[in-house]
Write a new protein. Structure first.
Length: 138
């Protein structure tokens, strides 16, 4: 019984360190924004793929490593469809530096109507960004 209790306590501690909770919700973003979205837009290219691109700036004061842009795709009535992510162009992203990013989704779903932009560490955990700009469409 003692081993089971110790194992459960260790599992809860590891889950909290990874930003997880017992209800399987997404990791909590960092409290202070580390990134600022300078600009972003999305469009459907000639092949029917949805392309999201823009620039993000490191406002943390420290280098950030292994950052990826994440785009969540939704229907017009806010139903989650899918998501895609890709590393930003610069790694590391040093303090004050601005990096381009580009995320391409190849699902070609005609019901896609909205996109939500976020950022994450490629290895684990979300990265808080200052008020992501409203995207423009081409």
């Amino acid at each position: 019984m003692k081993k089971v209790l110790i194992g459960a306590v260790m599992l809860i501690a590891v889950a909290s360190l990874l930003g997880c909770s017992s209800n399987n919700s997404a990791p909590t973003p960092t409290a202070t924004p580390l990134l600022k979205v300078v600009s972003w837009n999305w469009y459907v290219d000639a092949d029917g793929y949805t392309v999201s691109e823009g620039e993000v700036q490191n406002i943390s004061g420290s280098p950030l490593y292994n950052i990826a842009a994440v785009v969540i795709y939704k229907t017009a009535d806010d139903q989650l469809m899918t998501y895609a992510y890709a590393p930003i162009d610069y790694n590391p992203l040093i303090a004050g530096q601005t990096s381009p990013f580009k995320v391409v989704d190849t699902t070609k779903n005609p019901l896609r109507a909205k996109e939500v932009l976020g950022f994450k560490y490629i290895t684990n955990g979300t990265v808080s960004a200052e008020s992501p700009a409203i995207p423009t469409t081409k």
